[in-house]
Design a binder for this molecule. Structure first.
Ligand code: F6R
Ligand code: MG
Ligand code: MG
Length: 387
């Protein structure tokens, strides 16, 4: 209906994959699709597209129920449950890992899946891009979103399109404190950067056009390791970006990914690596469980229907970005267990540091004036004798 608000919901979870954390199995996608097809038949959702990036199963849905709708969240939950049953039957790796609870309770937020949703009145032609990344965290979108909506060297429209010239409002979430702040660009650009340069803590949640408050972008912000209090899976994020007609052009949106910037979340959620834009055919994790990859699917939303997708990074125009990503991947890998390839101790999702420190507690000696090193033979030090 004209004037009615349509909602696009992208809800994702890692419910198990084939050959380790490499790739979603097609049968699990089929199981999720069946649940969504049934819901479409009943009129709960208008349309859907099921896909994957690496080990993450991604549900893209349109409907008229608004964001955070319990029926839509329950539907996604049921789709993941059905997919998990298949994952368990097939003995897939880490089957059901992101479903942290056995029971659904009104909203999937906090239960494990990642969610990005936005609601808007459809424009006469409505291009929308869904970005989905694996082996990284929600803050990985900070840099490209800043480029799209605040950097005139990326987005020509900020300078020369009168409908964008006023700039955008950035809503930034502090994932540790659970607080959110709105900042204006370009006026408060340096404050925005002061926050989002720490992507493990400050995450761009939403972006609005300043002139009319129109929503332009939204990012999933669930950090599973914070939700669960311990590491149970990563926070592989999704984002939705609207484009054209007074918003960044699709080409300006994609341009922001032409630089494979370093993100956190590679191997064991504990390493930095370059974010490599790929087509769906390459949306699988190999080298060192990565490198972190991102897929961009373009749709038109028409009368609430998803028309598409166009696999936007499946293009030679991104070959050099991918090549650079591989060079950076090689450079980072050569650091082995050293920072800044390995994340800082507070961000690592796997660590042995507390156990190592405990073990060595009595062997650490005060280091002060007059300290004289005593070098003991291995036998004396360990008490072991070697023949
Ligand atoms: C999972 C991931 C992987 C795993 C790694 C170890 O999304 O990013 O890098 O962390 O493969 O997995 P486990 O501990 O399951 O053997
Ligand atoms: Mg996984
Ligand atoms: Mg994943």
């Amino acid at each position: 209906m004209p004037g009615e608000k349509v909602t696009i919901s992208v809800i994702k979870a890692d419910i198990g994959s084939i050959a380790g954390h490499h790739k979603v199995h097609p049968d699990t996608m089929l199981a999720a699709s069946r649940v969504l097809a049934e819901a479409k038949k009943k009129g709960l959702i208008k349309s859907f597209y099921v896909t994957h990036v690496g080990d993450d199963l991604e549900l893209i849905m349109t409907h008229y129920k608004g964001v955070d709708n319990p029926e839509i969240h329950e539907l996604a939950w049921n789709a993941f449950k059905e997919a998990t049953k298949v994952a368990k039957d097939l003995g897939l790796y880490a089957a059901g890992q992101d479903l942290l609870s056995d029971a659904f309770s009104g909203n999937v937020r906090g239960l494990g899946p990642g969610v990005a949703e936005m609601e808007f009145v459809e424009r006469p032609a409505e291009p929308v891009i869904v970005f989905m990344a694996d082996k990284t965290e929600p803050g990985a979108f900070n840099l490209p979103l800043f480029k799209m909506f605040a950097d005139p060297f990326n987005t020509a429209g900020l300078v020369i399109d009168p409908r964008m010239h006023e700039g955008f409002i950035f809503e930034i979430l502090d994932v540790y404190e659970g607080k959110i702040v709105q900042l204006k660009s370009p006026e408060e650009m340096y404050d925005i950067l002061a926050l989002i340069g720490t992507p493990g803590r400050y995450v761009i949640k939403r972006i609005y056009r300043k002139t009319d408050g129109e929503i332009a972008a939204v990012v999933s912000s669930e950090r599973l390791n914070l939700i669960a209090g311990k590491y149970v899976g990563k926070d592989d994020p999704v984002a939705i970006v609207r484009a054209q007609s007074g918003l960044p052009a699709v080409g300006e949106v994609l341009e922001a990914f032409s630089f494979p910037h370093l993100v956190a979340g590679w191997m064991r959620g504990s390493h930095h690596g370059p974010l490599m834009p790929v087509g769906l055919k390459d949306a699988k994790m190999t080298r060192f469980d990565g490198p972190p990859r991102i897929v961009g699917l373009g749709f038109q939303i028409h009368n609430g229907e998803l028309i598409g997708p166009a696999d936007l990074f499946d293009d030679p125009a991104f070959d050099e970005t991918r090549r650079l990503a591989q060079i950076i991947a090689e450079y980072m890998r050569r650091h082995g267990p050293f920072m800044p390839h390995r994340l800082g101790p507070e961000e690592m999702e796997y660590t042995t540091l507390p156990a190592v420190l405990k073990k060595l507690h009595d062997r650490f000696k005060p280091y002060e004036m007059g300290y004289k090193p005593v070098i003991k033979h291995t036998e004396e030090l360990t008490g072991e004798t070697h023949e």
